[in-house]
Ligand binder design. Structure first.
Ligand code: ATP
Length: 511
């Protein structure tokens, strides 16, 4: 939870900014639009309830999107709970006792400063308005002025000086795009939690919240997990699941959604050792990304200057999305804040007994509330990072010198929605039977796709567009010598291999 305390979202992209007049799209912005269209056309991401014109900032994942999302989730889960012997998983409910959110600080602090234009009734996030102004200054060549404006904004936001922030809007002549006026209301905090009622009779109903982060489900289960799984500090609890935030300005496709999924891990450590573990997780998490095959140069760390009241260190792992470097994952050293607060509010001790011997005193460390290092990544943001990194409109020069084009998704084989496409050259002469046999021998191990329709080139293109790393063609020669043509997505090279080798080749690439 970072709202209200950290440097605001540095949205520098004119395309999304409400106060800019309609700009000409840059190549990056064009590219982002192409990615969004591609995601829809090829069954990755659809607007939610599209037949009713969609629901703002809510999306559905299609056949290939849901596979890719699941594969990313599995890759994370595997790296946390299987590769670390001292991390276990849980699956907590979305609904939690309402006091949870009092204790965690979300009821009082989980908010963004908002302002309404009185003429248009349109609501804006104040930081987004100022960032858009900074963008326009930068576009006009006044980079230094833009930086100064952003620095001033950061300072005022950190001090929660809303009066001065409103004055800044007036000084900068920031107007509403709809009404064109600067007839603003006062700035006020807008809580991002969705609430609903639990109970069928209105008088007895309790207000409960849709969780805005999965982390609290881990904290309230700390002792249940520690005792039942017999964990010893340091240990971690991992969880993936839905979170909900009533984001006011949410128009960056799946980057900022109202319903999204998080993959979070809370690592419980002995007080005083938190910085060592913070450094460990900082590196471990970056490695997770690069080991997947994501390019290191598209990542950077962004240390938080102004820390949340519960944190003694925090950083974002930023990724270069088509609209610039933005937060993909957060690493936070959360001290003992959450467990202490839950102990206070629930009146249940959240202490751990550490019977390891403290060399300084020669006695066991004894009872304490552990400190926590959190790693928190948005699954949908990771999906967008993978998709945007994978997308390429490639110009191809053929052997005869003629040119062609293809759209290809270079998705790492490990997480590609389909690993192998099995394509009999023709629908007859016993080729489909051989292809089906190969399909049957592979589909238990990894996701395969079978297709007989259309020319082979067309079928290859369709597989390129969904990121299938391997295609295998069964032709008449297969009947004679049991060899098939395997085609590699990225290099588009082809070779003949024995049919019995296909499974091994694919397994080698996805292990
Ligand atoms: P931002 O500054 O972008 O609003 P945050 O700092 O509030 O994000 P955290 O509370 O640290 O985010 O949440 C951890 C992770 O959850 C983020 O790094 C991001 O990947 C993901 N996340 C947060 N809010 C959203 C959202 N509205 N849509 C999609 N993913 C999100």
């Amino acid at each position: 939870m970072d709202k209200g305390v950290k440097a605001p979202f540095l949205g520098r992209m004119a395309y999304f900014c409400p106060v800019m007049s309609k700009p000409t799209l840059t190549p990056q912005e064009n590219n982002f639009q192409a990615i969004i269209s591609h995601a829809k056309e090829y069954g990755f991401v659809f607007p939610s309830s599209e037949i009713y014109d969609g629901l703002s900032a809510v999306y559905d994942y299609g056949p290939y999107g849901s596979e890719l999302k699941k594969n990313i989730r599995d890759y994370w889960w595997h790296s946390m709970t299987q590769m670390h012997e001292n991390i276990v998983g849980i699956d907590a409910a979305i609904f939690m006792h309402p006091t949870t959110w009092k204790a965690s600080g979300h009821v009082d602090n989980f908010s963004d400063p908002m302002i309404d234009n009185k003429d248009s009734q349109k609501r804006y996030r104040v930081d987004h308005l100022i960032e858009a102004k900074a963008d326009s200054l930068r576009a006009a060549g006044a980079g230094a002025e833009a930086d100064a404006l952003l620095a001033q904004m950061d300072q005022l936001l950190a001090a929660e000086n809303f009066e001065a922030l409103k004055n800044l809007l007036t000084e900068q002549k920031i107007t509403c795009t709809v009404s064109g006026t600067s007839n603003w209301t006062d700035i006020r905090q807008f809580n991002l939690m969705f609430d609903t009622q639990l109970g069928s009779v209105a008088e007895d109903a309790n207000t409960i919240y849709l969780r805005p982060e999965t982390a609290q489900g881990i904290f309230v289960n700390f002792l249940n997990v520690q005792k039942t799984a017999r964990m010893k500090v340091p240990f971690g609890i991992a969880q993936t699941g839905k979170a909900f935030r009533n984001e006011i300005v949410a128009r960056q496709f799946i980057f900022r959604m109202r319903e999204f999924e998080q993959m979070e891990m809370q690592f419980f450590v002995r007080p005083g050792t938190q910085m060592k573990w913070y450094e460990y997780w900082k590196e471990a998490r970056l490695n997770w990304h690069t080991q997947l095959g994501m390019p290191a140069h598209k990542y950077r760390f962004h240390d938080h200057v102004k820390l949340a009241h519960y944190a003694d260190a925090a950083l974002d792992i930023e990724f270069e999305f088509p609209f610039g470097f933005k937060e993909l994952e957060g690493i936070h050293s959360r001290t003992d804040f959450d467990l202490t607060r839950h102990q206070e509010f629930s009146k249940k001790k959240q202490q751990y007994f550490d019977n390891d011997i403290d060399e300084a005193t020669g006695k066991p460390y004894g009872n304490y509330i552990p400190y926590v290092i959190e790693t928190s990544i948005g699954l949908d943001r990771m999906f967008l990072a993978v998709l945007s990194n994978a997308y390429e409109e490639e110009k191809i020069t053929k052997e005869d010198g003629s040119t062609d084009e293809r759209v290809v998704l270079h998705i790492p084989a490990k997480i590609a929605p389909v690993k192998l496409a099995i394509l009999p050259l023709v629908k007859k002469d016993g080729l489909p039977e051989i292809a089906r046999e190969l399909m049957d021998s592979c589909k238990g191990q990894f996701k395969c796709f079978y297709e007989e329709k259309d020319a082979i080139g067309k079928r290859y293109r369709r597989q390129d567009a969904i990121g299938t790393p391997f295609c295998v063609t069964i032709d008449h020669q297969t009947k004679e010598d049991q060899t098939v043509t395997i085609r590699y997505r990225d290099a588009m090279t082809q070779e003949r291999v024995h049919i019995s080798k296909v499974k091994e080749i694919v397994m080698g690439a996805i292990a």
